[in-house]
Design a binder for this molecule. Sequence first.
Ligand SMILES: Cc1cc2nc3c(=O)[nH]c(=O)nc-3n(C[C@H](O)[C@H](O)[C@H](O)COP(=O)(O)OP(=O)(O)OC[C@H]3O[C@@H](n4cnc5c(N)ncnc54)[C@H](O)[C@@H]3O)c2cc1C
Length: 312
Amino acid sequence: MKNILVFSEDEQVTSRILGTVGPLIEHLEAKLSALSINHNPENLLMAGAEVVYSYENKHLEEFSVDTYKSLLLEAIKKSEAGYIFIGATKRGKELAPRVAAALNAGCFTECQELEILENGWMRVKRLTYGGSVVSTEMAKSTPIIASLYPRKEIETKRRSEGKILEIEFAPVEPKTKLIEKREKSKGLADLENAQIIVSGGRGFQTQEDLEMLRELAQTLNGEVGCSRPIAADQGWMEDWVGISGKKVTPRLYLACGISGTIQHAAGIRESRLIVSINKDALAGINQLSDYSIIGDIYEVVPALIKALKELG
Ligand SMILES: Cc1cc2nc3c(=O)[nH]c(=O)nc-3n(C[C@H](O)[C@H](O)[C@H](O)COP(=O)(O)OP(=O)(O)OC[C@H]3O[C@@H](n4cnc5c(N)ncnc54)[C@H](O)[C@@H]3O)c2cc1C
């Protein structure tokens, strides 16, 4: 059971995981397969899969965890996969433990790195305790499931001519039914892809005060983010950054009036440069920051906007 199967409901995520896993298994005699549900299987061959199990059904427009689980189990059987890697998207996080339970297998969730050793053991690194530590965990038995964060940009390459095999499958009756679908309100920040994020926390006293944060973001050509209390408790913004919110990877993360709790930190660790503005020199965010400005946001933010505008 050495073979590997990769799946995500997001084709780009499947491709990125294929690109990540491909070089890791060159020392193994393992076949790298992928499951494609209503995607273009050719793209997955291009990303390195040797076999793509493809299922197309235009009636299956919505993600259904029961149907996707059954399809994945079918693909696991056909590919004789021992290692099953699922994109750690919201959907993937629903799917991975269900597939593991169906196979009575182990499941590593939200892995950041993984490797398969010569002896067949799988070793993963994942954030635990709210992102405060990175734990290294190992499994020796297969099948084993891992949900994995794909690397942002990865060079993928075709490994072989590749094969596309259609999956014959009679959809199962889902246990859950989609009753209503609501669009998220427009104008939301694309935090996950933003290169510059200016984020506000409880240091802001009113919703109106967040205008200066928006002006600073605009001046820097960035997006606006916040800590959870600003969105979830105050309702002043829609999405927050952190372990229960968006995990971000900008070039610059500017934290204004944010204390830097482990839940917030878990979402910003992959930022290239973290700068904080906080009036408390002992605030935890300063430990995480590359540069800390100790001062009042109500003075520092307007001064920054002015200076940046002067610079043009
Ligand atoms: C299960 C769970 C999941 C959670 N997930 C998340 C998550 O994903 N993301 C998240 O952010 N939180 C999350 N939280 C909440 C988290 O524990 C903190 O409560 C939250 O991060 C604190 O937000 P904050 O830094 O804005 O506020 P605070 O901790 O209150 O910090 C405010 C900071 O602003 C500074 N400040 C105040 N006034 C000024 C001023 N005028 N000028 C400069 N600095 C000033 C203070 O010194 C302080 O450091 C979660 C909590 C739980 C229990």
